[in-house]
Design a protein around this ligand. Sequence first.
Ligand code: NAP
Length: 278
Amino acid sequence: MKQIYGVLGYPVRHSLSPLMHNAAFEALNINAEYRLFERKPEDVENFIRSLIKENISGLNVTVPHKERIIPLLDKVAEEAGLIGAINTIKVSGNALEGFNTDGEGFVRHLGELKFSPCGKNVAMLGAGGAAKAISVYLAKEKIRRLSMFDSDRQKLDNLINYLEDNFTGTDFTAAKSTADLFLDRCDLLINATPVGMRQSDACLVDAKFIHSGMFVYDLIYNPAKTKLLVLAEEKKASFSNGLGMLLYQGARSFEIWTGMDAPVEIMRNALKEGIKRI
Ligand code: NAP
């Protein structure tokens, strides 16, 4: 019988995940299909409770359901518990197990880019869901310093307090503005806000703070080059958009569901084709 997987979110219409996972299933001759499950928050509980009956084997979960879904699961993997959000569900027999592959996807992509985070000074824009997943993984990788900025001061302080309570060996700082991010000594600058997705968005960081000694990583992949990345290029800094993170979080979900190595190059090509069409 065909296995069903999919992405649960609201909205999910523009997700590239079906292209990436269906290409992987086809390449490995797995009789499975990956679908879009667009569900409003008020319909999510019934949907999750119907997974086993509907023969759904696994899900990716995206905005706005990543956090509120946790109480509906039977088991939550350690890293997902630390992050407080899940993006992957595996149905194992009658049990639903939750994982978070965003942080691991980010760190795996950094590895591909030959950037080793251990001992580095990192600055991050944003303290939302993706920033939390990434910061937990960077702390596990023993970065030296993490300074963060978010327009929501309370959210930022909560995240910094949480990181300080759970990880030693990294110096965590809440910045009052982007000028306070210690960018002169920064090895890796990450944009984990949605600022840059729209043509009209201003760049959050002043040009004078970007330098050739830093790696600039923008989680946004559409547009492929945000204003921040254009600036990085102008200043001769290394840079990347977030398509690789999308790829590797998906590859890790695939491995969790199937127990097989993900066909990363097939998935990467599917994403590259998909992005041309949006
Ligand atoms: P989120 O939970 O909404 O977090 C975004 C954070 O940025 C919020 O705390 C938001 O504050 C803050 N912010 C917004 N505008 C700001 C500004 N001008 N200055 C400072 N902070 C600002 O979203 P998310 O899920 O973490 O996603 C963040 C971005 O990463 C999105 O663009 C998303 O598409 C991308 N992403 C990419 C991948 C990938 O695989 N490449 C994976 C996950 C996410 P407020 O709440 O006050 O607005």
